[in-house]
Design a protein around this ligand. Structure first.
Ligand code: ADP
Ligand code: ADP
Ligand code: ZN
Length: 217
């Protein structure tokens, strides 16, 4: 089962992808996480990626596509995968189709977590992430048991440098311009399902899981 989870920044893609990956026993591939690891490791690619991420801009297609292609070619992806945060441009969506053709894989479903802009701003500016394991929290909507400490690994929580109000606004504008058009691309292929993301985490998850269970692999 190959699932693409999409939606604007802050919609809850990462939160839901983590739960869905467990439920359906699929590897969770988040391009955002891949780039943040590269930044942390200080690789050449990480240095380049950071310049774009700090401005809230998308990383150029050729870089992103190369990385996803390499990752999808690994053996753990042959039975299925959960793609989170990719594709983000129509060019990436087209490249994904080509890569999947080569690997003889096919998208099973594209789910879009739909949330209005005001809510997104609140979610993004209140987001906190574990420095150690990457788990995601929210100051108000999904707080850790102990302030600033990760429930899973006791790591320290931090605020992503691109979750400040100005960068958030830039990311939302870029989403509208560059990512939103993908919806039409997938609607044409009859793969697309919109899910109301402006509800609590468990309600959104129940809807997503329900839809995906009905999807053939
Ligand atoms: P969000 O929480 O906004 O959905 P992500 O963690 O998915 O953010 O991505 C963070 C940043 O990483 C993006 O703003 C962008 O700079 C870069 N990035 C992640 N995925 C992609 C992609 N598919 N194409 C281009 N840039 C990407
Ligand atoms: P994305 O990967 O789409 O950028 P995240 O999963 O990181 O989004 O969620 C963004 C922020 O909103 C996080 O702080 C997360 O804890 C919180 N969040 C996620 N889903 C919900 C929800 N359904 N209701 C309220 N807050 C949520
Ligand atoms: Zn942790």
């Amino acid at each position: 089962m190959l699932i693409v989870i999409m939606g604007p920044p802050g919609a809850g893609k990462g939160t839901q992808a983590e739960k869905l990956a467990k439920e359906f026993a699929l590897p969770h591939i988040s391009t955002g996480d891949i780039f943040r690891s590269a930044v942390k490791e200080g690789t050449e690619m990480g240095k380049k990626a950071k310049e774009y991420m700090d401005k809230g801009m998308l990383i150029p297609d050729e870089i992103v596509i190369g990385i996803v292609k390499e990752r999808l070619s690994k053996p753990d992806c042959s039975a299925g995968v959960l793609l989170d945060g990719f594709p983000r441009t129509v060019e990436q969506a087209e490249a994904l189709d080509e890569v999947l053709d080569e690997l003889q894989l096919k998208i099973s479903a594209v789910v879009n977590v739909d949330v209005h802009e005001e809510e997104l701003i609140g979610r993004l500016t209140g987001r906190r992430v574990c420095r150690n394991c990457g788990a995601t929290y929210h100051l108000k909507f999904n707080p850790p048991k102990v302030r600033n400490i990760c429930d899973h690994c006791s790591g320290e929580l931090y605020q992503r440098s691109d979750d400040t109000i100005d960068t958030v606004k830039e990311r939302l504008a870029i989403y509208q311009k560059q990512t939103f058009p993908i919806i039409e691309y997938y609607e044409h292929q009859d793969l697309f399902k919109n899910i109301d993301g402006a509800r609590d985490i468990d309600a959104v998850f129940a809807d997503l899981a329900d839809h995906l269970k009905k999807t053939k692999d």
